[in-house]
Write a protein that binds this ligand. Structure first.
Ligand code: MG
Length: 365
C-alpha cells in the first residue's frame, strides 16, 4: 500500500452529493460550540492513552523492542496532547475546528511515533469471531420472510456496530474478550428508535424497480462489517443490485481497511454462493474510499470510488457507523436514496441528538 504518511483523505468529490457547494462533513463547529468543545477535547484526551497502549501491544507482537516502542508511543501521545493543549487555549489556532480536524491531528501524531495500526490484533481477533458466527446468521436471515428482512438486517447492523474502540463507552467491552452478537441484538432498544425511518427503507427495498447499484460505506472490522454490513450487501445482491463496498485505505481505530475487507470477502466467497458468484461476475466490487479517518469528508474521497459510483449508476448510498453517519454526514443531502445507520455509543453524540446512550439511528431519504 502506498500512501504518503501525512495524507488521510482523497481528492475527489462524492458525485451524488446534492449540493457540494454547501456540503459540510461536520456540522458541529467546535470554535463556536464551547460546551461541545470541552466535551470532545476531554474525550480525545482520555482516549489517546488507550490507543498508544494498544499500539505498544501490537508492536511487541510483531517483535518490536518493547522499551523502544513505549518511548515512541509516549512521543505520539505527548505530541497529540500538545495539540489538544493548543486548541484548548486557542480553538481557531489552526483554522476551522471540528471532530474531523482533531482526528487528522491524532493520526499525524501517531504516525510521528511510527504507529500505523494500533488495533490490528483486536481487529483480527474480532474478524475470526464474527466469521465463525456468519453461517448461522445467514441461515437465520434466509428463513425470515421478505417483509421482515429489512428490519432483521437493520438490527444486525446496529448490533454489529457495538464493536467500536473509538467510543470510550464500548472500547472497554472488548478489552479482553468478544461481545456476543446475538445477545446484543436481543437487547437492542425497541422501536421507535431515536431516528426511525425503517418503514420507508423497507418499503423502498421491496418495491420495484430494485436499486440498480448501491455504494456501502462500511465502518468497523469484526461483527460490524461481517455480521452487519455484509449480510445487507448480500441481500442487495440477491435482489439484483450491483454492490460497491467501500472501506478506508489506511487503518484508523478499529475501522476495517480495504485490504482487510478484501481478505474477509475472499474467505466468505470460499463457502457462500451469493457472495462468490457476485464477486466472480463483478456485481460485487471492493473499492477503497481514499479515507483514513473514522469520520468521512465526502468531498475528499478516492478518484476510483467517484468514478465507479458514476459508471455503475449508483442509486442507493448506505453510510454506516457513528463516525461516518452521525458525527459527520447526518445532514448531508444526496441526489439519490440514502440510508444513514448507526448505534450511538457516546454521551456527547447522544446529547447532540437529544437521545441517550445505545439509541439507534436509521435515517432514510
Ligand atoms: Mg469506526
Amino acid at each position: 500500500m502506498t500512501t504518503t504518511p501525512d495524507r488521510f483523505q482523497g481528492t475527489s468529490h462524492f458525485p451524488l452529493l446534492a449540493d457540494p457547494a454547501t456540503y459540510r462533513a461536520c456540522h458541529w463547529d467546535l470554535c463556536v460550540e464551547h460546551e461541545m468543545r470541552r466535551y470532545w477535547l476531554g474525550l480525545f484526551r482520555s482516549h489517546i492513552g488507550k490507543l498508544t497502549d494498544a499500539a505498544v501491544e501490537e508492536a511487541i507482537d510483531r517483535g518490536v523492542n518493547a522499551a523502544d516502542m513505549r518511548g515512541r508511543a509516549d512521543l505520539a501521545r505527548r505530541d497529540f496532547e500538545t495539540y489538544l493543549d493548543i486548541i484548548t487555549d486557542a480553538p481557531d489556532r489552526f483554522g476551522a475546528l471540528d471532530i474531523l480536524e482533531i482526528c487528522i491531528h491524532r493520526e499525524r501524531a501517531l504516525r510521528k511515533g511510527g504507529i500505523t495500526d494500533p488495533y490490528r490484533l483486536v481487529k483480527s481477533r474480532e474478524n475470526e469471531v464474527a466469521l465463525a458466527v456468519l453461517p448461522r446468521l445467514l441461515s437465520e436471515l434466509d428463513a425470515v420472510h421478505d417483509r421482515e428482512r429489512a428490519s432483521r438486517l437493520a438490527e444486525g447492523v446496529f448490533a454489529g456496530n457495538i464493536f467500536d474502540l473509538g467510543a470510550t463507552q464500548t472500547a472497554d467491552l472488548f478489552k479482553d474478550a468478544s461481545v456476543d452478537f446475538h445477545a446484543v441484538r436481543g437487547k437492542l432498544k425497541p422501536r421507535p428508535w431515536l431516528i426511525d425511518e425503517l418503514d420507508a427503507f423497507a418499503h423502498r427495498l421491496n418495491a420495484a424497480p430494485r436499486h440498480k447499484a448501491a455504494c456501502l460505506f462500511v465502518d468497523n472490522a469484526g461483527s460490524d462489517v461481517i455480521l452487519g454490513m455484509i449480510p445487507l450487501a448480500r441481500e442487495l445482491l440477491r435482489r439484483g443490485t450491483h454492490v460497491i463496498l467501500t472501506a478506508n485505505i489506511t487503518p484508523t481505530l478499529n475501522d476495517i481497511t480495504h485490504d482487510e475487507l478484501t481478505a474477509v470477502i475472499q474467505r466468505i466467497a470460499a463457502w457462500e454462493p451469493v457472495i462468490a458468484s457476485a464477486l466472480k461476475e463483478g456485481r460485487l466490487e471492493l473499492i477503497d474510499s481514499g479515507n483514513g479517518l473514522p469520520l468521512i469528508d465526502l468531498t475528499r474521497i478516492s478518484g476510483k470510488l467517484a468514478q465507479a459510483v458514476v459508471s455503475r449508476g449508483v442509486d442507493l448510498v448506505v453510510i454506516e457507523g457513528m463516525g461516518r453517519a452521525v458525527e459527520s454526514n447526518l445532514h448531508a443531502g444526496f441526489s439519490c436514496d440514502v440510508m444513514k445507520i448507526a448505534m450511538i455509543k457516546d454521551h456527547g453524540v447522544a446529547d447532540a441528538l437529544g437521545g441517550k446512550l445505545y439509541d439507534l439511528v436509521l435515517k432514510f431519504s
